[in-house]
Write a protein that binds this ligand. Structure first.
Ligand SMILES: *[C@@H]1O[C@H](CO)[C@@H](O)[C@H](O)[C@H]1NC(C)=O
Ligand SMILES: *[C@@H]1O[C@H](CO)[C@@H](O)[C@H](O)[C@H]1NC(C)=O
Ligand SMILES: *[C@@H]1O[C@H](CO)[C@@H](O)[C@H](O)[C@H]1NC(C)=O
Ligand SMILES: *[C@@H]1O[C@H](CO)[C@@H](O)[C@H](O)[C@H]1NC(C)=O
Ligand SMILES: *[C@@H]1O[C@H](CO)[C@@H](O)[C@H](O)[C@H]1NC(C)=O
Length: 953
């Protein structure tokens, strides 16, 4: 067996045996499933129990329920599965700054009735924001910004009546902004929300007039960088609490409503880069305005408004390209806090006089491309003044000509300086902190979306920011020594960006806990920047310096990814349908407290303590019913002695096969429990894995991973449309042998399958074999070391004659059945056909002096007759040894595995590659050779479960 898998299995087994679990089993199952699905979970997630083992980033309450998951900046990779829905006590979920988290946000998130903070900022989630998010009635803080979410803003968000923070910015959202109408909710209902951050999306349509009303308490409305059209609704002027309004970079038209002037608390107003028309607005009433940008609109030509000089708090005035004309008066420049004036591309004429009382903070006057003919000198102003493209520059001589070149603008620089010490030179990857100690910083970028200032050269800004950052970290008792800021800049969105480095205290590196707590302080807006910085967000970089980086879990690669890959990304449509049902169900479930407990119907008197599961999920009957369309015939994909098998799609999009026990074939509670406990522990890439189970209302169901390419039987009979050449057959034999060997020799306790046959061997999308249906397998108890006496079960043709006679079951019975499957692999015949038994037929026909042992007439033509079947004779020898009369003469499964590996090596094949990548062609793609029709009775068979999709070409 592959070393890596072996190591993994050891870990699994160790965990099973040492678990003294206390975490609620439902919660533990969900977390274990994340652990399997995610790469780079913190190392101490190897402790057996999440709550008891103090898993980093997990907080539990006294009932051992998980109430908080904060894993910011952990470098997680993978997807958020629907298992999240079972953490019904969860209040905080922060997965921010994990760029490797992808896929869609599962509908199941809607069942977290206690969730108050949902923070997924700076990940790579995509797909629509699920409508079910509107069920999270306790949600206060919702931050989905800087992902790749698409689709429309779900109107159901309007139901989140406690919402304080709503940030959907920097995604790929389309459609219009939803408002309530009739019975449909909308964002206008959010009368406790202070933040609407929707910038940098692809929102279309008008800003609905209904969006705003006087009952709202919004302070930040950020709709910048969308594709919004129509006019600015006058209802905006009703929201008196507004402090920051960014509507810039859209396609807004029409006149600015005059009542905007009523917004007397607005400090930052950005309406630039639209197609606004009509008169220049009168903003006299906005007397605390700091930053005004009306640039690049099509207002009626107007003189420079008088009201500028009444806005005594202005730091920044930008009216580039707004059809201003006439002379500019010196009163404009005397506004005391004024830092920059940008009036370029207008028709300002006459003489420029900045006056004697101009602002001492003035850094920039940009008047390029106007009609200014003269400049009054002698005012002592020596900062930037740009006059290129004015008549003045055509004729000017003398000292003023330097206003006619662009060379004078100073680029702001800032970088936190060492505090009275000499920075040492540090080892690679480390940096000197402001106290001159070398360490590995945690760093990232702060983005200020609407600062009140435009002068970035003012050092006091940075110093106040540093000290407020340090205050926040100290208040949160985080091990932070110091912070450093650098590289201040305005980006293309007109945001103010700044790099941040955070240094650990007393050590050279942070541990996981330190990083995720710092991340949370920033992602959850616990840190409040000083006044004037306005709304901000932070994007953390991955921290590459964890001490135990090499020991961090990568185990998801061995199992999770394989399963994930096998399940693939198909059937999204039905996934969404099913997810919808699921959300409704989840809602109901949350309403009913008893239902909430997975094992509420678990009677300890008759069934023992609740099951201890590894990763397997508990499903309700309703959930499985909805996901199979009420167990419809269309979804029935197989049946057997146990009952029927249905295909279903979980809310995550994961396809599953659901085995539903028939009445009458149900096991006792203890047996069922033993079985799910056992199955949940069996993880091997050649065994179909258990996803979960349902035990409710006289129902026993097992939910397995869905294996897309159906049974080996179907491929051999041509039903599935997949042609198995010799190489592929060898790989199928090897895979199933490995799966069986694992059951016999590595599972604890060992498992005898009892029903090995070609319908119980499934093929995944890479044609790897997966042994299924060990649900009715027999465990080898301690007191019955070598055999178990049982009622004989199995399938005629595969049944070990010795077991049949003696009723004593051993692993060797599986070896016998496997030998029959090997013969089936070369002949594609049923074991018993027209009264003839394949084992006897082949045994009698073998002539070792002949090529292919003289078995030509038995061989399946699809095997590739005419090509050399390398190793064929050895394969037949092995099969014959497996079907020896006496079990003692048959090899162990591990010996079978070794021998098949030998055969493959002799045939020049790598036993550890998978089939699809190494073999020539899928049947049908090569053209010319006979095709097996892909017909409607695909699902009409019994046994394992079949392919749902194999396209014949
Ligand atoms: C708001 O502005 C409008 C028009 O500019 C004006 O008629 C109205 O009285 C103002 N309302 C308040 C409450 O100030
Ligand atoms: C602007 O509005 C104020 C009232 O807010 C008013 O007194 C003033 O006359 C207006 N100015 C112009 C030019 O319309
Ligand atoms: C400046 O422009 C205004 C309006 O376009 C015009 O009335 C005025 O005469 C001009 N002044 C000068 C000095 O050209
Ligand atoms: C982040 O930290 C690393 C050292 O760990 C450093 O090399 C890098 O320059 C930092 N990046 C920024 C933007 O500060
Ligand atoms: C940050 O998180 C804590 C704990 O979840 C919460 O109490 C606090 O209100 C949050 N801060 C903000 C601004 O939401």
């Amino acid at each position: 067996m592959d070393q890596r898998i072996k190591a993994f299995l050891l870990v699994v087994l160790f965990q099973v045996s040492s678990a003294a679990a206390q975490t609620d089993p439902q919660d533990a199952a969900a977390l274990n499933s994340f652990k399997r699905l995610w790469k780079n979970t913190p190392p101490n997630w190897n402790n057996p129990d999440p709550c008891n083992g103090n898993w980093v980033g997990i907080t539990c309450n006294s009932n051992f329920r998980v109430i908080s998951i904060t894993l910011s900046s952990m470098g997680l990779e993978g997807q958020l599965s629907g298992d999240i829905g079972s953490l019904s006590e969860l209040q905080t979920l922060d997965l921010s700054y994990n760029k490797g988290l992808t896929g869609s946000l599962p509908e199941a998130i809607g069942s977290l009735m206690k969730l108050s903070n949902l923070i997924l900022l700076g990940c790579s989630f995509s797909g629509p924001i699920p409508d079910a998010i509107g069920s999270l009635k306790q949600l206060v803080f919702l931050s989905l910004n800087s992902n790749s979410f698409s689709g429309e803003i779900p109107p159901s968000i309007g139901n989140l009546s406690k919402l304080y923070w709503l940030d959907l910015a920097d995604n790929k959202l389309t459609g219009t902004i939803p408002v309530s109408s009739g019975g449909t909710p909308g964002l206008d209902m959010l009368i406790h929300t202070k933040h609407f951050h929707f910038g940098k999306n692809q929102l279309k349509g008008t800003i609905p007039s209904r969006l705003f009303n006087p009952n709202m308490v919004l302070i930040h409305v950020l709709l910048d960088g969308n594709q919004l059209t129509g006019s600015i609704p006058s209802t905006l002027g009703l929201v008196k609490t507004l402090e920051v309004v960014r509507l810039d970079r859209n396609s807004l038209t029409g006149t600015i409503p005059s009542n905007l002037n009523n917004l007397t608390n607005v400090q930052e107003l950005h309406l630039s880069n639209n197609q606004l028309t009509g008169p220049m607005p009168n903003l006299t009433g906005m007397n605390v305005l700091n930053y005004l940008d009306l640039s690049n609109n099509s207002f009626d030509p107007s003189d420079i408004p008088q009201w500028f000089s009444t806005l005594q708090g202005l730091t920044t005035l930008a009216m580039e390209g707004t059809h201003l004309q006439g002379e500019i008066t010196s009163a404009v420049f005397s506004i005391p806090q004024l830092q920059s004036v940008n009036l370029k591309n207008n028709q300002i004429n006459g003489t420029l006089d900045i006056g004697a009382k101009y602002s001492g903070q003035l850094q920039l006057i940009d008047l390029q491309n106007n009609l200014i003919s003269n400049v009054l000198e002698g005012r002592g102003y020596s900062n930037s003044l740009f006059l290129q493209g004015n008549p003045f520059c055509d004729s000017s001589t003398g000292p003023s000509t330097n206003y006619c070149t662009l060379s004078q603008q100073s680029i702001p620089t800032y970088s936190t300086r060492p505090k009275n010490c000499l920075p040492p030179s540090c080892p690679s990857g480390q940096m000197s902190n402001p106290n001159c100690k070398c360490a590995f910083p945690y760093n990232g970028t702060l983005y200020f979306r609407a600062p009140s200032f435009s002068d970035l050269s003012n050092e006091s800004l940075y110093i106040s920011l540093e000290s407020s950052l340090m205050n926040s970290f100290k208040t949160a008792q985080l091990p932070v020594d110091s912070v450093s800021l650098s590289n201040p800049r305005k980006d293309s969105d007109n945001y103010f960006d700044l790099d941040l480095e955070v240094f650990p205290s007393g050590t050279e590196r942070f541990n996981e806990l330190g990083i995720l707590n710092i991340g949370f302080v920033l992602s959850n807006q616990t840190f409040k920047p000083p006044k004037g910085f306005g709304p901000f967000f932070f994007i953390g970089s991955p921290y590459g310096a964890f001490a135990d980086l090499s020991s961090r879990s990568n185990n998801s690669v061995s199992i999770g990814v394989i399963i994930g890959a096998a399940i693939g990304g198909f059937l999204l449509v039905s996934a969404l349908l099913c997810a919808g049902y699921y959300a409704i169900r989840q809602k109901r479930r949350a309403d009913s407290v008893e239902q909430n407990k997975p094992f509420s119907s678990w009677d300890p008197n008759s069934s023992g303590s609740t099951p201890q599961l590894k990763g397997a999920r508990w499903f309700t009957f309703d959930e499985l019913k909805k996901c199979t369309n009420s167990f419809s015939e269309a979804n029935a994909i197989g049946s057997g002695g146990y009952g029927k098998v249905y295909r279903g799609t979980l809310s995550t999009g994961q396809l599953v096969a659901i085995k539903r026990a028939q009445r009458g074939s149900m096991q006792g509670n203890i047996e069922f429990k033993t079985e799910i406990e056992l199955l949940s522990r069996v993880h091997h890439k050649n065994l179909v894995s258990l996803v979960g189970f349902c035990f409710e209302r006289d129902e026993q169901m097992l939910v397995y991973e869905y294996v897309p390419n159906g049974t080996l039987k179907e491929s051999l009979s041509g039903k599935s449309g997949i042609r198995l050449d010799w190489t592929r057959r060898l790989r199928v034999a090897l895979g199933s042998a490995r799966g069986l060997a694992y059951l016999h020799e590595h599972a604890n306790p060992p498992i005898i399958h009892r029903d090995i046959k070609s319908t119980n061997i499934l093929l995944d999308d890479r044609l790897n074999a997966k042994v299924s249906d060990f649900g009715l397998s027999k465990l080898m108890g301690d007191n019955e070391k070598d055999h178990v006496t049982t009622q004989v079960k199995g399938t005629m043709g595969y049944l070990d004659p010795e077991y049949y006679m003696s009723q004593q079951l051993t692993e060797k019975s599986d070896v016998y059945s496997f030998g029959v499957v090997m013969l089936e692999l070369i002949t594609a015949r049923k074991p018993i056909e027209r009264g003839k038994y394949i084992v006897r037929e082949v045994k009698m026909a073998i002539d070792k002096t002949k090529d292919l042992y003289g078995l030509h007439e038995f061989l399946d033509p699809a095997i590739g007759l005419g090509t050399t079947l390398k190793g064929f004779e050895k394969f037949v020898d092995l099969a014959m040894s497996c079907v020896e009369e006496s079990g003692a003469d048959r090899p162990m499964m591990s010996e079978v595995v070794k021998e098949i590996e030998n055969i493959m090596q002799l045939a020049g094949l790598n036993p550890n590659a998978d089939s699809a990548s190494t073999s020539a062609s899928y049947g049908g793609t090569g053209g010319g050779h006979p095709r097996h029709p892909y017909n409607d009775d695909l699902f009409d068979y019994s046994g394992g479960y079949p392919a749902y999709k194999v396209e014949p070409h």
